[in-house]
Design a protein around this ligand. Structure first.
Ligand code: NAP
Length: 252
């Protein structure tokens, strides 16, 4: 999985899986735009990449702002002349019993987890069409509506991730003729700051592990390996796929 001469944007990359995707992509030779709401923390990831001999820049981008998204894509083009890969990773989660969920809770979830993916993909695709190709990886979740994927308290999150899968398939079909591949990755329970509630609460952790045949949460790097594969030319005949990386969760 060689990403030499490829330029990649990773959103939500200051921490969690976005950070490990950025490190993995740089390790495979890509030039990486490390993007997140906090510029300062992106700089930290860039330093880590540079320390291991990679190339990266930090770009502040709230994915819900079209203006900031357009600037992020422009930053990649200004620095390296092109954009080959987008990883739509920035996301939020928020547990709320369904009857207590407010319109504001719902809208915020859709704004980040769906509209953000739309804005970033559209800005990236405009560049990819100019250079006659590209690859997009959208991060969904096992909580996307497949068998076994429902999760109490996450009606809005699950709806947004189901939307990511439908969005991925539609873009794949629409953009295949322009040599742009679009795939999704659905992680199970992964050890990141987002899943701290499950990691730190023994009862919740027990409930979570009970669903996972491998009886452990995944490491962010175990997801990055798959994202890297799908983004790379090694997956040249894959588009419109949603690939699960969940320790067996959805197989039960
Ligand atoms: P994380 O540790 O919370 O990292 C997500 C990053 O996205 C954070 O740095 C966050 O910044 C950033 N972000 C949030 N809103 C943003 C916005 N509007 N614009 C730009 N960046 C924004 O989460 P993670 O676990 O690595 O999750 C990465 C992706 O995997 C998400 O799409 C998530 O839904 C998905 N996923 C996670 C799991 C899991 O078990 N961890 C499982 C399935 C799917 P702030 O911290 O400032 O909000």
């Amino acid at each position: 999985m060689d990403l030499k001469n490829k330029v990649a944007i990773i959103t939500g990359a200051r921490r969690g899986m976005g950070r490990t995707h950025a490190l993995a992509f740089a390790g495979a030779g890509a030039k990486v735009v490390v993007s997140d709401i906090s510029q300062e923390e992106c700089e930290g990831v860039v330093k880590e990449i540079e320390k291991s001999g990679g190339e990266a820049i930090a770009v502040k981008c709230d994915v819900t702002s079209k203006e900031e998204v357009d600037k992020m894509v422009q930053a990649a083009v200004d620095k390296w002349g092109k954009l080959d890969i987008l990883v739509n990773n920035a996301g939020i989660v928020d547990f709320k019993p369904f009857v207590e969920m407010t319109e504001k809770d719902w809208d915020k979830m859709m704004e980040v987890n769906l509209k953000g993916y739309f804005l970033c993909a559209q800005a990236a695709v405009k560049e990819m069409i100019k250079q006659k190709g590209g690859s997009i990886v959208n991060i969904a979740s096992v909580e996307m509506g497949q068998v076994g994927g429902g999760m109490p308290g996450l009606a809005h999150y699950c709806a947004s991730k189901g939307g990511v899968v439908a969005f991925t398939e539609t873009l794949a079909v629409e953009l295949a003729g322009q040599n742009i591949r679009v795939n999704a990755v659905s992680p199970g329970a992964i050890e990141t700051p987002m899943s701290e509630a499950a990691q730190d609460n023994p009862d919740l952790l027990k409930q979570t592990l009970a669903k996972i045949p491998m009886n452990r949460m995944g490491k962010p790097e175990e997801v990055s390996n798959l994202v890297l594969f799908l983004a790379s030319d090694a997956a040249s005949y894959m588009t419109g796929s949603t690939v699960v990386v969940d320790g067996g969760w959805l197989a039960t």
